[in-house]
Ligand binder design. Structure first.
Ligand SMILES: Nc1ncnc2c1ncn2[C@@H]1O[C@H](COP(=O)(O)OP(=O)(O)O)[C@@H](O)[C@H]1O
Ligand SMILES: [Mg+2]
Length: 366
């Protein structure tokens, strides 16, 4: 009983804020910015839209917020079609990359603004503003103006302003994009903690893979207006379903292979292995992350692996990066953590062999 009480108080379950995007499309003339995007977001879920610049993330978010009208498709919140509802009637909190605070208003006035717009009584506004400012640790800065605060503090004000009217859904467009790396990491933990406390659905747009992997329940990877994969962070990284996703999220070695009667044949005729491999014969690509590519001096025969020569090593602090060139002329990268000094690591010019555990390799045909 005790445990149940505890878990309930640490994370509030949310029942509202479920979102469904159905075949959402946005065309600008002949150009398709968002192409048949379908996505279901559960109440209280934290989902990221991750993709390079121009992949359609902001346009998708703005169609959810109501600042852009889709060319076709639907946006539903808790089953209700809101596709053509104006933004102020959607009850969605929106946070933009460039803060968009009112420069002539203090923190407290900025945060009070959405409540004033809704005609709330003054005493109630004051209570609510104080409560939300405490929650985002801004109580001491209530009477400061935006120009008197750092970027991180301003962005906290923007978050408070989006949360103050208690919307079930928060939309965040690269909210940490303008901040330096240390502050970004700090604030992303704060947003994550806040997400647990307020139990709101959050849709978080970013081009930063680390941010998406670290914060999200699920990540939707976008490319050229399309969602290429929606999965939990571990699966996005370990089980990419498409070559774009494999290459965009983290570093990856891509080995062109031929699938033939259940075998995976490398570019120099090597026998290779992968736990995830589609059925059928033909050309494909084997993906293996640098940290999963193990190298050793070529002193023994192995049943599955690629032979080559070390062409370079780079010390990067926590790890050393080994570059190798295979017999077929392919360039591969192995990342070896500098924990202890392994005995058999080859040096530049040495013949070596690269291997991996089959469960760390994925073969893709697209
Ligand atoms: N108003 C517009 N008119 C024409 N093209 C646009 C407009 N808004 C966005 N685009 C184009 O749509 C694509 C997606 O843009 P956007 O959603 O902002 O991408 P992201 O947020 O992923 O960087 C880009 O190629 C962009 O140039
Ligand atoms: Mg954008």
């Amino acid at each position: 009983m005790l445990m149940r009480t505890q878990s309930r108080s640490s994370t509030i379950a949310s029942e509202t804020g479920g979102i469904a995007l159905q075949n959402l499309q946005k065309r600008y003339g002949a150009f398709t910015a968002v192409d048949q995007v379908s996505l279901s977001v559960a109440p209280g879920e934290f989902i990221s839209l991750l993709g390079p610049s121009g992949s359609g993330k902001t346009t998708t978010l703005m169609m959810i917020a109501g600042f852009e009208m889709p060319s076709s498709g639907k946006v539903l919140v808790d089953g209700k079609d809101i596709t053509y509802l104006p933004p102020h009637r959607r009850e969605l909190g929106v946070i933009f990359q460039n803060y968009a605070l009112f420069p002539h208003m203090t923190t407290a006035e900025n945060v009070a603004y959405p409540l004033r717009m809704r005609g709330m009584a003054k005493a109630e506004i004051e209570t609510r503003v104080r409560r939300i400012l405490d929650q985002v640790h801004l109580g001491a800065l209530a009477s400061r103006y935006p120009h008197q605060m750092s970027g991180g503090q301003q962005q906290r004000v923007a978050i408070a302003r989006a949360l103050v009217f208690d919307p079930p859904v928060l939309l965040l467009d690269e909210p940490l994009g303008a901040l330096d790396r240390k502050l970004r990491e700090h604030l992303r933990n704060e947003i994550k903690t806040l997400h647990k406390e307020v139990a709101k659905t959050m849709i978080y747009v970013t081009h930063d893979q680390d941010e998406a992997l670290a914060m999200s329940d699920r990540v939707a990877v976008m490319h050229e207006g399309q969602i290429r994969q929606v999965s939990a962070p571990q699966d996005i990284y370990r089980r990419p379903e498409d070559l774009f996703v494999a290459g965009f999220v983290g570093e990856v070695n891509l080995v062109p292979v031929k699938l033939s009667s259940g075998s995976i044949v490398g570019p120099a005729g090597e026998n290779l292995s992968a736990a995830q491999c589609p059925k059928g014969d033909g050309d494909a690509t084997l993906c293996v992350r640098p940290e999963n590519l193990h190298i050793e001096t070529a002193t023994r025969e192995v049943s599955a692996g690629i032979k080559g020569h070390i062409t370079g090593t780079t010390f990067v602090g926590d790890a050393t990066i080994f570059e190798l060139r295979t017999e077929a002329g392919l360039h591969l990268t192995s990342k070896v953590l500098n924990i202890t000094q392994p005995k058999t690591l080859p040096a530049v010019g040495d013949a070596c062999i690269a291997t991996w555990h089959p469960q760390d390799a994925t073969v893709l045909t697209k």
